[in-house]
Every structure is written in structure tokens, then in C-alpha cells.
Write a protein that binds this ligand. Sequence first.
Ligand SMILES: NC(=O)c1ccc[n+]([C@@H]2O[C@H](COP(=O)([O-])OP(=O)(O)OC[C@H]3O[C@@H](n4cnc5c(N)ncnc54)[C@H](O)[C@@H]3O)[C@@H](O)[C@H]2O)c1
Ligand SMILES: O=C(O)C(=O)C[C@@H](O)[C@H](O)[C@H](O)COP(=O)(O)O
Ligand SMILES: [Zn+2]
Length: 351
Amino acid sequence: MRKVIVSASTEYAVLIGRGLLAQLGTEVAKRIRPCKAAVITDTTVEKLYAEQAEQSLAAAGFTTCRFSYPAGEGSKHIGTLSDMLEFLAEQEITRQDIIIALGGGVAGDMAGFAAAVYQRGIRFVQVPTTFLAAVDSSVGGKTAIDLRAGKNMAGAFYQPQLVLCDVDTLDTLPEEIFADGIAETLKYGVIGDAKLFAETASGDFREKLEEIIETCVKMKRDIVNEDEFDTGLRQLLNLGHTLGHSIEKNSNFTLSHGHAVAIGMHLIAKVAERRGLAEKGLAETIRQALLHNNLPTSTSYTAEEIAAGVLKDKKRRGGEISFVLPTKIGHCEIVKIPTEEVLDLVRTALA
Ligand SMILES: NC(=O)c1ccc[n+]([C@@H]2O[C@H](COP(=O)([O-])OP(=O)(O)OC[C@H]3O[C@@H](n4cnc5c(N)ncnc54)[C@H](O)[C@@H]3O)[C@@H](O)[C@H]2O)c1
Ligand SMILES: O=C(O)C(=O)C[C@@H](O)[C@H](O)[C@H](O)COP(=O)(O)O
Ligand SMILES: [Zn+2]
């Protein structure tokens, strides 16, 4: 088992290994005295892993209850959050009890947000079951729901007590959903690790998933430890997201997050190259890496449609929006762009 310690406002371990779900109860019990554990999951993950998780918790002395919502990004809204909070109250979950977020990034983001606001904050544990959640969303404490206006528009920074990643659970992922995690892994490579990028780009990493997850988690740990609340350095983790989130929203959240980020990463690399900031050929290198992993690289939305979403980005401060521009594989810069230049930037990205 690999172990990474995150030292943000809460200090916690990220455990990565095979067969770990069976140890969920004992690992939680090492940190939290047995109490009620509300397992929050989606309808797909529920069928696959809820019983095993609950049995492990029960064997360690926890009393469990379960809330499940229809799988997918379409559930990541205030209605589901409201039902979740009512469920916690009906089950008489108190401040000494815990939430277990069992699933992908949607489960983690929503259950984490519920944990942050229910009775003004109860403890929670992340149990990621998608590759995307393993390498990225389960760590760092960003929790959120989508609003009609856009992605993750309401949320909180709220750290878990533990992240337990059983790599065996990734075996049941359909390839398309696994690829969402590849997009975020390539992102980590472009931000700061050329070796990780090359390994992931080649598609030749399935035998060393634990190592890949640990590499991403360590990079995220270093960034979050320094800038938990996203005021500077952490914005690097938004590479590809400023355009990607808008594309996701334009699709009415039918295009997955990872696929939208893939497109966003390629498009923003084109911008960086055309502005003379990036090495020649960078955008094509990124495009090939994405295509090799069956990820999309372009969109049919218009510049006007994409720019409208970009202007709502959380990195906007008054008349400027920060964009993450890659300069080469392994290095990015945060550049402030005036809002009146955003449409031009998007046009460059699509050209
Ligand atoms: N908080 C963060 O730092 C952060 C980082 C990246 C992404 N996100 C968010 O994460 C979300 C995307 O996460 P996701 O791609 O995991 O989506 P998801 O949670 O919707 O999971 C994708 C699909 O995979 C299914 N699934 C999950 N685990 C499975 C398994 N082991 N076997 C078979 N099927 C399984 C789910 O039921 C779902 O249908 C987005 O909302 C995004 O905004 C958050
Ligand atoms: O942890 C972060 O910080 C990230 O930006 C990771 C992203 O992959 C993730 O999609 C995040 O939810 C985006 O954050 P947002 O603040 O742009 O909503
Ligand atoms: Zn993301």
C-alpha cells in the first residue's frame, strides 16, 4: 500500500493500493471512533461496491445507512444535494458521525459539499472508484455542485479525513470513463512532469496504475499544501478547464468532464503557441497524446458560445480572467487576460 500525507487545514492520508476496500472499516476506525457512517454513492457504484464497503465498515463497528443518486454529472445539482441533506437529517446523523463518499468525482464533490454544510460541517472520507477521482478529485478538498450558470458554481473548500483508493475498483470502469482520468493525468504531466506525460501519452501505463496515481496525488499534495484556497499556484490545476468547463456547460453536461478538459487542453495549447509563449509543436504533441488515448481534441461550439461560459469562470477577477498557458511539456504559466480579449482568444483557439 502507498501512503501520501496531505497537510492542508486538515492533515490526512491518501492510501493507494489493491484490495483496500475490504480494509475501509479498519482504516476509518484508526482515525474516527465507530459511529454512524452515511455512505453516499451513485446507482452504478452502489451495485458494484456499496455492500462491500458497508460490510467492512460494519465489521469495524460502524452503523451504516446509504443514499444513492442516479449516476452521472446530470445529478450534480442543488436538488440532489437537498435530498442528500434531508436524508442525513432523517437518519439522525450528528456532528460526531461521518459521510463516506463512494464513487467518482461527482460522488466526492457532492458528498464533500454535503459534509461541509450539514450541521455546519461533519467529517467525511473519500473512496474514489474512477481513475479521475483517484488521480485528482478525491484529494485537495474542492467540493461543489453545478448551477445552471456553470460548473462547480457553488461549493466549499473542505478536506476529507482520509482518502482510500482501492485500485481494483478501477477494473470495472468502461474505457470511455477510464479515459476521463487519462485526460487529468496528462494535465498533471503538462503542468509539471514530462516523464508522466510521456508514459501516459504512450498509453503504456496500465501495469503501473498505483505508481501513476501516487505521482499525481503527490503533485496535487505539493500544490494544495502551498495554496489550499486557490489564490495562485493551485490555479495551475485548472489547465484546460477554463475552456473545458464552458464546453461542458454548453453540452448541458452531457460531455464528460475529462473529455471536455481534453479539448480545453489542446485548444489552450494552440493559443499559447500562437502567442509565441509555447514551444513550437506543443499543441500537436498534446493532440497526439489525447488521440492516442481515444480522447477528443476539438469542439463544434462557436467562439461566442464558449466565450460566454469562460466569462463566468471562477478565476475571473473584475475585468480579468487568469488562463493557464502551457509553455512546454512540464511547465505552465498563469496569464491574466482582459475580459474584452476573451472572444479573440477563443477564436484563436478554434482557428
Ligand atoms: N474536486 C476536484 O478537485 C475535482 C477534480 C476533477 C474533477 N472533479 C469533478 O469530478 C466529476 C467527474 O468525475 P468522474 O469522471 O469520476 O464522474 P462520475 O463520478 O460521474 O463517474 C463517472 C461514471 O463512472 C461510473 N463509475 C464510477 N466508478 C465506477 C467503477 N469502479 N466501475 C464502473 N463504473 C463506475 C459512475 O457511476 C458514473 O456513471 C466532475 O463533476 C468534475 O467537475 C472534481
Ligand atoms: O483541485 C483543483 O484545484 C482543480 O482545479 C482540479 C480540477 O481538475 C477540477 O476539475 C476542479 O474541480 C476544478 O475546479 P474549479 O475551481 O475550476 O471548479
Ligand atoms: Zn478537472
